[in-house]
Design a protein around this ligand. Structure first.
Ligand code: TMP
Length: 216
């Protein structure tokens, strides 16, 4: 029997209200239609320990947490997620679709939290080794559009959604800066467009990647 080909690691990123969840479901069904076994997960979370850390982080009671505490908590959840879920899935040939990953840490804790990219990068290397997403879809909307959408949906803000507008701008800028630095990995998708156009753009990126990976 031949060796199982390693799965691919796909991540989804974006500011609040960019439509990540809808697009996540679209990507999952696209992959399944192409006969690809796919595990859809999220961060912070994805394991019982990770989900417990997520509750601490997003807690409505707003337990005090410095940016450094947040940074260590998201990486604690990530270390568990990688060991328990992501690596085993990739090793058995399953594609992993993850709603947010380390780019979010650069944007939220590094940029908005003021810790800087270097602090994130040092822990990233230690926790992840060589593990990086194969492709990242960044759903981008101006902060005001995202705020309007979450308001319309009547979402009760968690710790990060309740963040000051200036910090949301920092998150968006950081994501765009990361995309400019990693043009091959991070694909920016204009999420202000109607959902059908966003779907079409997602399909284009996936079809290009699947053919690059010999899966089209
Ligand atoms: P979600 O709204 O996409 O489910 O993500 C939950 C929140 O967690 C989101 O507002 C961003 C935040 N977050 C961080 O601050 N750092 C991280 O590393 C990750 C993965 C998420």
């Amino acid at each position: 029997m031949g060796q199982t080909e390693r799965g691919r690691f796909i991540t989804i990123e974006g500011t609040d209200g960019a439509g990540k969840s809808t697009q996540g479901r679209f990507i999952e069904s696209y992959l399944r239609r192409h006969g690809i076994d796919c595990l859809h997960t999220r961060e912070p979370g994805g394991t019982p320990m990770g989900e417990a850390i997520r509750s601490l982080l997003l807690d409505k009671t707003r337990l005090e947490a410095t940016p450094a505490t947040e940074l260590l908590l998201v990486f604690a959840a990530r270390a568990q997620h990688i060991a328990e879920v992501i690596e085993p899935a990739l090793a058995r040939g399953t594609y992993v679709l993850c709603d947010r990953f380390t780019d979010a840490t650069y944007a939220y804790q590094g940029a908005a939290g003021g810790l800087g990219f270097d602090a994130v990068s040092r822990i990233e290397e230690w926790v992840q080794g060589d593990l990086r997403p194969d492709v990242t879809l960044l759903f981008d909307v101006p902060v005001d559009v995202g705020l309007e959408r979450t308001r319309e949906r009547g979402i009760v803000a968690d710790r990060f959604e309740a963040m000051a507008r200036a910090n949301k701008e920092k998150v968006r800028d950081a994501y765009l800066q990361l995309a400019a630095a990693h043009t091959h990995r991070i694909r920016v998708i204009d999420a202000t467009a109607p959902v059908e156009s966003v779907n079409e753009r997602v399909r284009d990126v996936l079809s290009e990647k699947l053919s690059e990976w010999g899966r089209s």
